[in-house]
Design a protein around this ligand. Structure first.
Ligand code: SAH
Length: 282
C-alpha cells in the first residue's frame, strides 16, 4: 500500500534528516528512567529513537491512519503507547496520573531515590506548527507540568519565545513567566518531507521552581496587565495600561515611576521583573 499524502492541514512535515534526529536525542539527555510524552509522532522517526533511551514513551497523534500504522509497528514494545487523539482535547492530568501509577507500581523506590516529584516527565516533540502556542500553553498551565520540554518549532517563533529582555513579546512573556527558554540549534526546511516554507529550531523550555511562579490568580493578573500593556502598538505604556485597565492615568504613571519605568516607554522594553512588580502595584 502506498503511503497516504501528508496532510498539510495537520502540519504534517516529517523529519527525514538523521543527523538532526541525533542532535535532538543528544539534547534530550534521556535516562532509562525518563517518562516521555511526544506530541504528533507522525511516522514515528523520533518515537523510535526516544524508545531506545527512555523508560516509556506516550505519543499522541491526531491522524488515525498514522496512529494505527505506528501502533501496529510498535506492537509488542511495552515501552510505547500510541494514543489516537487531539492533544488539545485530551485529559492530560488523567494520562499523567495513569502513567505515574504504573511507574510507581513497577518501581516503588524510584521517586525517593531520584528526589523527583510525583509526576515528573519530559515533553519531546516535533510539534505541528499551527498549534504551537496552544500546545506550549497547555503544558505550562496544566496540573502536572513537565520538568522540561524539547520542541521543534518554527525558527521565527523560536526566536520570539527565547528573546531576551528588551525584546519581550506577549509570547515570550507567556513562556518566560513559567520557565526559562533557550534556542539550542536551527534546522533547515530541507530536513523535512514535504519541505515546509519555513526553517525550524529546537528550543528547550525548563520549568522554574514552583515558588518562583506564584498562584493561578497571580498569573491571571500578570497576563491581564501584560495584555493591556501591549494592547495598542503605537501607544505608550501608560496610555495602554490606563485605557485597557480603566485606571487613572496619573496613578499608573506614578506606579511606573516607582519601578523606574518612564511613562513613554514601550511594552517590549520591560523585562519580566518589571512586569511582575507592576502586577504587584496595580
Ligand atoms: N514528529 C513527526 C511528525 C511531525 S508533523 C516527525 O518529526 O516526523 C506533526 C504531526 O502532528 C503530524 O503527524 C500530525 O498529524 C500531528 N498532529 C497535528 N495536529 C495534532 C493534534 N492536534 N494533536 C496531536 N497530533 C497532531
Amino acid at each position: 500500500m502506498r503511503d497516504p499524502k501528508p496532510k498539510k492541514s495537520l502540519g504534517q512535515n516529517f523529519l527525514r534528516d538523521k543527523a538532526v534526529l541525533e542532535k535532538i536525542i543528544k539534547s534530550a539527555n534521556l535516562s532509562v528512567d525518563d517518562f516521555v510524552l511526544e506530541v504528533g509522532p507522525g511516522e514515528g522517526i523520533l518515537t523510535e529513537r526516544l524508545l531506545k533511551h527512555a523508560k516509556k514513551v506516550v505519543a499522541i497523534e491526531i491522524d488515525k491512519d498514522l496512529a494505527l500504522k505506528l501502533g501496529s509497528r510498535l506492537r509488542g514494545n511495552d515501552k510505547a503507547e500510541i494514543v489516537n487523539a487531539d492533544i488539545l482535547e485530551i485529559n492530560l492530568p488523567k494520562l499523567i496520573e495513569k502513567n505515574t501509577k504504573i511507574h510507581l507500581a513497577t518501581n516503588p523506590h524510584h521517586l525517593q531515590e531520584r528526589g523527583d516529584n510525583m509526576h515528573s516527565y519530559k515533553v519531546i516533540a516535533n510539534i505541528p506548527y499551527y498549534i504551537t502556542s496552544p500546545i506550549i500553553r497547555l503544558f505550562l498551565e496544566t496540573k502536572y507540568p513537565p520538568k522540561e520540554m524539547l520542541l521543534m518549532v518554527q525558527k521565527e517563533v523560536a526566536k520570539r519565545i527565547c528573546a531576551k529582555a528588551g525584546k519581550l513579546s506577549i509570547l515570550a512573556l507567556s513562556v518566560q513567566y513559567y520557565a526559562s527558554a533557550e534556542l539550542l540549534f536551527t534546522v533547515p526546511a530541507k530536513a523535512f518531507f514535504p519541505i515546509p516554507e519555513v526553517d525550524s529550531a529546537i528550543i528547550r523550555i525548563t520549568r522554574s521552581k514552583q515558588q518562583e511562579i506564584g498562584s493561578k490568580e497571580e498569573a491571571k493578573k500578570f497576563f491581564s496587565i501584560v495584555k493591556a500593556g501591549f494592547s495598542a502598538k503605537r501607544k505608550t505604556l501608560v496610555n495602554n495600561l490606563s485605557s485597557s485597565l480603566k485606571l487613572d492615568k496619573y496613578d499608573v504613571e506614578e506606579k511606573l515611576k516607582q519601578i523606574e519605568i518612564s511613562p513613554n516607554q514601550r511594552a517590549q522594553e520591560l523585562n519580566l521583573e518589571n512586569w511582575k512588580k507592576l502586577t504587584e502595584l496595580l
